[in-house]
Design a protein around this ligand. Structure first.
Ligand code: AMP
Ligand code: GLY
Length: 423
């Protein structure tokens, strides 16, 4: 079948790499794609939120399945757009309905969902400018640190961890007066959870589910988890501290109630659920966040460990046959290190020539923010490349990714040399 993949990052290069390993894939199209996805199919310059453009592309190229990488088209309702169109309604979209995507698109929605279905998460309250004063007095009664979250999508920047009540009150006012635009017209104030994070990824048809390899990502720009938040600077799969008992607890207390919640709330959900988790000091595990898609860079570490034919997995999900699938997990660890542009996540320059990828043969190099110009590969984003290595020993996988991250060169290249430092 012809498959259309939406997106243009390292996650999508990894999907393209994996999808085209399937005998069921005849031709892959990626919109808009990047030089990495172009190695596995045809890139088409249509933006992920241009639904009419996507419709034309699907009809013109006889696309029979659409795989959605990033959250924005999901939150904007691409699933529903297909369902409501007579020419598109029979073409499966891998990704939840607009309602389901609110698990990521609205923090208030996802918190209410968790409370309603008894899923462990931090205590919270939501406020708008209409009850600003109430919000301020709520803050005064909380312990520090205290967490403020913009309700809507804020490109990964909408979460603030405040170290004092004064700071929290100031940020709270700023958020409600548009610090993150519309996204912060509603603010969730949440109890701070102290612990270690990891993420699980679930593929579901809204009724049955399969758990994919888990991962831990490194969100901060600086070594030792310091400095600003980024989209993610590295990932380790599986996180070595996650035991079978922990996974059993996560499945019973979090994954099963989540899927049952979709049923009870009549949420149409065919796709990935990314569940960000916090393991507290007392051993409890709580949900930090849901995302309605796979993670980036987690995908670059998770999919190389997935033994299954991913197109077959998608087909079975769409056809209600997910329960017949056995997930095959490579026993080796995967470690991904992101190479970023100097200055990221602040201002950075693009257009720097990239060298050295061809010399690497013991890692997989996925493209994130790259572009080809006059036959040369150049940088085109904050996160430029993802270097993934597989090894029986996770420390060795780290060493190989580090070694190869060193070999690739472009002006201003930066990467964290301490991925896995806390494991
Ligand atoms: P989110 O967008 O909700 O995942 O938040 C981004 C990051 O902020 C998470 O990965 C955590 O590192 C941190 N974070 C969010 N909520 C909390 C919380 N309640 N307690 C501690 N850290 C949090
Ligand atoms: N790496 C975090 C995310 O994809 O949201």
């Amino acid at each position: 079948m012809n498959i259309l993949l939406l997106g243009s990052g390292g996650r999508e290069h990894t999907f393209a790499w994996k999808i085209t390993q399937s005998k069921l894939c005849t031709q892959l199209f990626t919109a808009p794609g990047n030089p990495g996805t172009a190695q596995f199919g045809i890139n088409i310059n249509v933006e992920v939120t241009d639904f009419e453009g996507i419709k034309n592309l699907v009809l013109e190229k006889n696309v029979e399945m659409v795989v959605v990488g990033p959250e924005v088209p999901l939150v904007e309702g691409i699933y529903d757009f297909f369902l409501e169109d007579d020419q598109l309604k029979n073409i499966p979209v891998i990704g939840p309905s607009k309602n389901g995507a609110q698990l990521e698109g609205s923090k208030a929605f996802s918190k209410a969902f968790m409370i309603r279905h008894n899923i462990p998460t931090a205590a919270y309250k939501e406020f708008t400018s209409e009850n600003l004063e109430e919000g301020l007095s709520y803050i005064e009664k909380q312990n520090i640190p205290i967490v403020l979250k913009a309700d809507g999508l804020a490109a990964g920047k909408g979460v603030l961890i405040c170290q004092s009540i004064e700071e929290a009150k100031e940020e709270f006012r700023e958020m409600l007066s548009g610090k993150f635009g519309d996204a912060s017209s509603k603010v969730v104030i949440e109890e701070f959870m102290d612990g270690i994070e990891f993420s699980v990824f679930v593929l579901t048809d809204g009724k049955d589910y399969k758990i994919l390899p888990s991962a831990k990502d490194y969100k901060r720009i600086g070594e030792g988890d310091s400095g600003l938040n980024t989209g993610g600077m590295g990932a380790v799969s599986p996180p070595p501290f996650v035991t079978d008992d922990m996974m059993k607890m996560v499945e019973e207390k979090i994954i099963q109630p989540t899927i049952a919640g979709f049923q009870k709330d009549k949420i149409v959900y065919i796709g990935f659920v990314y569940i960000g988790l916090m393991v507290l000091k007392n051993g409890e595990i709580k949900v930090v966040e849901y995302n309605c898609r796979m993670g980036d860079p987690e995908t670059e570490a998770v999919l190389p460990r997935l033994g299954n034919d991913i197109v077959e997995l998608f087909s079975k999900t769409v056809n209600g046959e997910l329960s017949t699938v056995n997930i095959q997990e490579d026993q080796r660890a995967a470690v991904t290190i992101i190479l970023s542009s100097g200055g990221y996540p602040g201002d950075f320059e693009k257009g720097k020539v990239i060298n050295g990828i061809d010399e690497i043969n013991d890692s997989i190099v996925f493209h994130a923010g790259t572009k080809t110009e006059n036959g040369k590969l150049i940088t085109n984003g904050g996160r430029v490349l993802a270097v993934t290595s597989l090894h029986e020993n996770w420390k060795e996988a780290i060493r190989i990714s580090n070694k190869n991250a060193e070999k690739i060169s472009f002006e201003g290249k930066y990467f964290r040399r301490d991925i896995g430092f806390d494991l």
